[in-house]
Design a binder for this molecule. Structure first.
Ligand code: GLU
Length: 409
């Protein structure tokens, strides 16, 4: 089953759960615009997509990923999740996503630059600060954004920093953006702990983190700083386990020196599959989609899961875990800190006003905690739904209200 089919099934469930009409659900069941181009770079061809899923609430917004497994099904699903995420976050954006199918780890800097510029050339007509605004995602970063911005500005003939977010500071980026996804995820993880685990001290709560890239690394550091017992961490090459708790500062330094976490000497090596099944209280998923599926759902021991990645649990596994009583903080809330701070960056670029960093930090925190609370209140009010279903209902309600105001529904 495709990821997008899973999403449509999740959407259809809202008919029963919230009385949303079939016509309304149908209006959200396909993307507004799907653009596909084969990029020609140094005699090689790279399939590339930009999907504007919805622009009911504002311009499209969502990252661009470089990965060898990128597919249309994946990009469309990620664009769908961005649509719900931006709506739930209460920011003025529709949803979008982009991707290029190639392995960036095998490319040198020149090749990465050429692919980024080719992407801007291919899609410049469907991008723009009022049309669709990209950002970093898996294996793209501020340098990628800088190349895309530079190429785009060359084509359109004027400066337009608001056409992309996650930029270097010198090109109109903001400091807060680098660890915003993890920071936002940590605020909602704290809310979850307050709600469900308040009778435990952090040092009694065992945590495993899958993924030690941008989001996973910062999240692990924040949890460790608050004394949570991080017993397992993994990156794409494998993981490391220490029953008494890993020394995260030492592990981060090890990773920063270019090594993989699995050969860190302060614990025993473990596979990614073993990490997911580890005997922990909280499992943080910060890698890719479809990590927990019907193949391993029955082996998951964690009672609490935080989805820092997009779509790490497929529909079948989601149903299984939900029936078992596992509490899952859904991706569209847990990782929304990144796009919320992208919104701050975009607003600053648009207005030319300097936004105070302390003010923005507080605003991110306020938004994340408030969005958790709205989701949690609906979850309690309805009684028999999951946190994900509560989040989906709130997101879809806001989009449909916007559609009505526009006369589109
Ligand atoms: N790629 C990030 C996400 O999946 C950030 C998107 C953005 O900032 O536009 O939420």
């Amino acid at each position: 089953m495709s990821i997008f089919q899973d999403n449509l099934e999740r959407l259809q469930a809202l008919k029963e759960l919230d009385g949303i009409s079939q016509a309304d659900l149908d209006s959200l069941s396909s993307p507004h615009k799907l653009s596909y181009v084969e990029l020609e770079v140094n005699n090689k061809t790279y399939p590339a997509w930009r999907v504007l899923y919805s622009s009911d609430l504002g311009p499209g917004k969502g990252g661009i990923r470089f990965h060898q497994d990128v597919s249309e099904d994946e990009v469309q699903s990620l664009a769908f999740w961005m649509t719900l995420k931006n709506s739930l976050a209460d920011i003025p954006y529709g949803g979008a996503k982009g991707g290029v199918k190639f392995n960036p780890k095998e490319a040198d800097k020149k090749e990465l630059e050429a692919v980024s510029r080719a992407y801007a050339k291919a899609f410049h007509q469907v991008l723009g600060q009022d049309i669709d605004v990209p950002a970093p995602d898996v294996y793209t970063n501020s340098q990628t954004m800088a190349w895309i911005l530079d190429e785009y500005e060359k084509i359109v003939g004027h400066h337009e920093p608001g056409m992309i977010t996650g930029k270097p500071l010198e090109l109109g980026g903001i400091k807060l953006r680098s660890d915003a996804t993890a920071q936002g995820g940590y605020f909602v993880a704290q809310e979850m702990v307050k709600e469900f685990l308040s009778d435990h001290k952090p040092e009694e709560i065992k945590v495993a983190v899958q993924g030690f890239g941008n989001a996973g690394l910062f999240m692990t550091e924040k949890m460790a700083a608050d004394n949570f017992k991080i017993v397992a961490v993994s990156d794409s090459q494998g993981g490391v386990y220490n029953e008494t708790g890993l020394d995260i500062a030492a592990l981060s330094a090890h990773k920063a020196s270019g090594k993989n976490v699995s050969n860190y000497s302060g614990g025993q090596p473990m596979t990614n599959a073993e990490l997911l099944e580890a005997d922990v209280d909280i499992l943080v998923l910060a890698a890719l989609e479809n990590q927990i599926t019907s193949a391993n759902a029955d082996k998951i021991k964690a009672k609490y899961i935080v989805e820092l990645a997009n779509g790490p649990i497929d529909l079948a596994a989601d149903k299984y875990l939900d029936a078992k009583g596992t509490v899952i903080v859904p991706d569209i809330l847990a990782n929304s800190g990144g796009v919320i701070v992208s919104y701050f960056e975009w607003a600053q670029n648009r207005t030319g006003q300097i936004l105070d960093e302390e003010y923005l930090k507080n605003l991110l925190e306020k938004k994340m905690r408030n969005n958790w609370q709205r989701m949690f209140n609906l979850y309690q009010e309805k009684g028999d739904i999951s946190l994900r279903q509560a989040a989906y209902i709130l997101a879809v309600r806001r989009i449909l209200t916007a559609k009505r105001w526009r006369g589109h529904a």
